[in-house]
Design a protein around this ligand. Structure first.
Ligand code: ATP
Ligand code: MG
Length: 412
C-alpha cells in the first residue's frame, strides 16, 4: 500500500497519541507498583522491628543490662537492627545500655511515644525507631533502631529492573503504536487511494474528449448561419466523445464499487448467476456468427449477484469482441476442493505476449485492439471485482489461437 505524505503525517500523529497514552497509563501503573513495593517493604520492616522489640523486652531490664555488657550476645542478634536499653534515673537523667557503640557514643535522648514508629536522626544517620516498655515500674525502655531510608531500599530494587524494563517497554509501545496506527488507517488509506486514482484517471481521460468536443463546438459556432446537415460529422463526433466519457465514468466507478461491494451481500448462487449472463449474451453471439457454449457445473459458493454478473459480462463481452465469425467461446464452471474455477476461453485473435501482463491495467488496450473501440477498463473492473471477492484472475493464450481467462474463487 502506497502512503502519501498527508496520510503518513496522520498515521504518525495517530501513533504518537497512541504511544503517549500507553506510556501515561503504564507510568501510572508503574507509580502504583513502586508505591506498593515501598509500602510492602515498610510493613515487613515494621513487623520485624516489633517482634524483635517484644522478644527482647520479655527478658527484663536486668538480664538485658548483663547481656549488653557481655561478650556473648545470649540471644539471636539481628545484624540489621540496633537495640538500646534506656533507664530513667531518679534525677531525671537517662542512662543508655547497648551493644552498639554508635548508640552509646551518640547517647540519643529517649523521647517519643511508646509503641509507635518514629523517624530519628542519630549521628547523621536516619533510623526508624520503635520503643517499648520493659517493666512495670516504667523506668526501663527498650528502643530498636533500623537504619532507615526506605526510598533508597525500594529504589534500589526498582532500578535494577526499571531501566531495562522501561527501555524495552518504550520500544514495544512505539512499535505497537506504529503497527496499530497502520492497521487502523489501512482501510482509510485504501479508500483514499481509490478515490484519488478515480479522480486522477477521470480528469486525465476526459481531457482529450473534452478538447474534441470543444473544438467541434467552436467550429459549429464559427458560422451561426450554417445548417445542421453541414456540421453533422462534428456533432456526431462530439456525441461519440460524450458516450466515451459516460463509459469511462461508469467504468471507473465500477472499479471502485467492485472492490467494495463484492465483499458484502453474498447471497446468490454462482452457477445460477453465470447461467443468466450466458443467456444474456447468447443472441449477440449467434447474430455475430460465434458459438457460445456453456458448461456450468453446480458449484456452491455464495456471491454478490451484481458483481459476478458484471465480472462474467466483461469476460464474455471481450470474448465476443475479440473473436471473428465462426469462432467459438466456451464458458465453464467447475468445483475444486478449495472453491470454484470459472473460465472463458475463445478461439479469437488472442493477446500479444508482451501485452499479457498489462491487460488488467486501467485504460490499457492491447496492440490487437487498435481497430476495435473500447475504454480499456473492462478487465480492470473484472480484476477489482475478483480482488474484492478474495479470488484471482489470470489470462493465457491458447494453442493454436485465442485467449483463456481463468477466475479462481475460494469457498467462503
Ligand atoms: P472495454 O472494456 O471498454 O470494452 P477493452 O475491451 O479494450 O475496452 P479490457 O476489457 O480491459 O478493455 O481489455 C483490455 C485489453 O485486453 C483489450 O484492449 C485487448 O487488447 C485485450 N483483450 C481482452 N480480452 C481479450 C480477448 N478475449 N481476446 C483478445 N484480447 C483480449
Ligand atoms: Mg473489454
Amino acid at each position: 500500500m502506497k502512503i502519501d505524505k498527508d496520510v503518513k503525517k496522520r498515521w504518525l500523529l495517530f501513533a504518537l497519541v497512541n504511544f503517549v497514552l500507553i506510556v501515561l497509563v503504564f507510568g501510572a501503573l508503574l507509580a502504583g507498583f513502586s508505591a506498593y513495593v515501598v509500602t510492602a517493604q515498610r510493613n515487613v520492616l515494621q513487623d520485624r522491628i516489633m517482634r524483635y522489640a517484644d522478644t527482647l523486652a520479655d527478658r527484663g531490664a536486668e538480664e538485658l543490662q548483663v547481656l549488653f555488657g557481655s561478650e556473648d550476645a545470649g540471644w539471636e542478634e539481628d545484624p540489621f537492627l540496633l537495640v538500646a536499653l534506656y533507664t530513667v534515673r531518679d534525677n531525671g537523667s537517662v542512662g543508655i545500655a547497648s551493644r552498639s557503640t554508635i548508640l552509646i557514643r551518640n547517647a540519643p535522648a529517649l523521647g517519643g511515644r511508646v509503641d509507635t514508629f518514629q523517624k530519628e536522626n542519630i549521628g547523621g544517620y536516619g533510623y526508624l525507631t520503635y520503643t517499648v516498655r520493659v517493666d512495670e515500674t516504667q523506668r526501663n525502655y527498650l528502643k530498636v533502631f533500623a537504619p532507615y531510608d526506605i526510598n533508597e531500599i525500594a529504589e534500589d530494587k526498582i532500578s535494577t529492573y526499571a531501566v531495562p524494563f522501561a527501555v524495552a517497554f518504550v520500544v514495544i509501545a512505539a512499535a505497537f503504536s506504529l503497527i496499530w496506527g497502520y492497521v487502523a488507517i489501512k482501510p482509510i488509506v485504501a479508500g483514499y487511494v481509490k478515490q484519488k486514482n478515480f479522480i486522477n484517471d477521470m480528469s486525465h481521460e476526459i481531457r482529450t474528449p473534452l478538447a474534441v468536443i470543444k473544438g467541434n463546438l467552436e467550429n459549429v459556432l464559427a458560422d451561426p448561419e450554417v445548417k445542421v446537415g453541414a456540421v453533422e460529422e462534428m456533432i456526431g463526433n462530439s456525441l461519440k466523445e460524450v458516450d466515451y466519457m459516460t463509459d469511462i465514468s461508469a467504468g471507473l466507478l465500477n472499479i471502485v464499487r467492485g472492490q467494495n461491494r463484492s465483499a458484502t451481500h453474498k447471497e446468490s448462487n454462482l452457477t445460477e448467476v453465470l447461467s443468466e449472463v450466458v443467456d444474456l449474451f447468447a443472441d449477440v453471439a449467434t447474430i455475430s456468427g460465434k458459438a457460445l457454449v456453456a458448461n456450468l457445473e453446480q458449484c456452491d459458493i455464495k456471491i454478490e449477484r451484481e458483481s459476478v454478473k458484471q465480472l462474467a459480462s466483461v469476460l464474455i463481452e471481450n470474448a465476443i469482441k475479440y473473436t471473428e465469425e465462426g469462432d467459438r467461446i466456451d464458458v465453464r464452471l467447475r468445483g475444486t476442493k478449495e472453491g470454484c474455477v470459472f473460465t472463458v476461453a475463445d478461439t479469437g485473435i488472442g493477446v500479444p505476449k508482451s501485452d499479457l501482463d498489462r491487460i488488467f491495467d486501467r485504460f490499457y488496450r492491447g496492440e490487437n485492439a487498435k481497430d476495435i473501440p473500447g475504454t480499456g477498463l473492462g478487465l480492470a473492473i473484472a480484476a477489482a471485482i475478483v480482488e474484492g471477492m478474495g479470488g484471482t484472475i489470470r489470462a493465457h493464450n491458447r494453442v493454436p489461437r485465442g485467449l483463456e481467462m481463468i477466475v479462481t474463487l475460494k469457498r467462503n
